[in-house]
Design a protein around this ligand. Sequence first.
Ligand code: PLP
Length: 470
Amino acid sequence: MARTGTGAVPAELLKAIPPVELCLREACKEERWRRFRRGYVAMIVRRVQAAIRGQIACGEMAASVGRDLMLKEVMRRVGAAIEADELPLKRVINATGVVVHTNLGRALLAQPALDAITLAAREAVNLEYDLEHGRRGDRDELVEEELCALTGADAATVVNNNAAAVLLALNTLAEGREVIAARGELIEIGGSFRMPDVMAKSGARLREIGTTNRTYLSDYARAIGPDTALLLKVHPSNYRIVGFTAEASLSDLVALAREHRLPVMEDLGSGALIDLSSYGLAREPLVEERVKAGAGVVTFSGDKLLGGPQAGLIVGQRELIDRIKANPLKRALRCGKLTLAALSATLRLYLRSPDLDAALPTLRMLRRGAEELSESAKQIASTLARRLGSGFELEAVTTTAQVGSGASPAEELKSWAVAISHKELSPEAIAASFRRAKPPIIGRIEHDRFLLDLRSVNEPAELIEARFGA
Ligand SMILES: *Cc1c(COP(=O)(O)O)cnc(C)c1O
């Protein structure tokens, strides 16, 4: 339909959108829709109405559409939506260049993890059942020994995500008491995880020390008092303080805490289990090193660099972990069998796989060489140029991709992308057309061009098929 241009929202058009009741009456006239629940059809109608309102707001609907035509259009779209029967959660192609993209579901699981999920979903399993003694077991046992073997910790437990892990650990170890943390580590990460807010909800009192850029061991020492429960260290994840900076090392903190018989907890965020510097990435602190340095509790995510399912892993000293497990909040935050199945299979790969990259898609995408990506980018650029036709300009370009989810934010992860521009179409319009591909392709806009960054695309060949059909 023709554009109305960017004027005020045409009130007449909005008024032409038929009310739900009218659409339902219309739907009842047709046999093929009568077998669906009224509530279902009404839900689809509301979605279509919202989409049309959106189109009107950005001037994408002809001003001349009257009531009759609008009713027809709504019913046509309702019919198409019911026919298509798509689940709201659908596959997309991640061409954003952010490999572990929180909004796109983070890590892609390895095949053995997928198999484990299917098995646990389909059959009865020994989720909390001790097969040897024939009695109730503990679901943590499915992953605890493996986590200990990988990190050197004495004990481990698992909850829904790292935010839950932090909340649970703080609540267990410091409710009603003080937690000392450096001002420069009081981070906010995406999706409204703010350390001071999580701390408040845990019932612990935050004792901020130091300045934004510099905090010394002496700041911690001075803050310790009778109410202190815990010294907290937080991986700054998505930002770096550079220049005139100072922070107390974990081992210094541990030594200080020991003098006062206090535990140290570290929220590591990504929590790498293996050294990724051979991937050309900045060296992320390893969980194993932090345990060895004496952190009593270390928390990290299962679906960031680890490449597993969404989960919050808590490892550390037996006495502290036992208290965490005994907290009634643990029951509220525990994860389900599908998560445990996938996590267990992923940890098994770390323990046994001779070639982790081949097994774990997330690591494979991080490690792919620039030549491989450049090759794909050039090939896809030329095919797309042919298929998109005149008016489009395409070019394979070097880019900087990102690990994502707060891992190595300052890191230059070299990548290649297909840059697409058009004489008349805005990059936003090009992006929208790629989002209408099947499956939708999500790229990013940079320097006024639409980019398909191949670093985060699992199977680059699928881009063409998605955009133009097989
Ligand atoms: C990502 C992150 C979190 C939150 O982890 P989720 O698994 O998303 O809940 C908490 N702390 C740090 C330092 C992080 O990087």
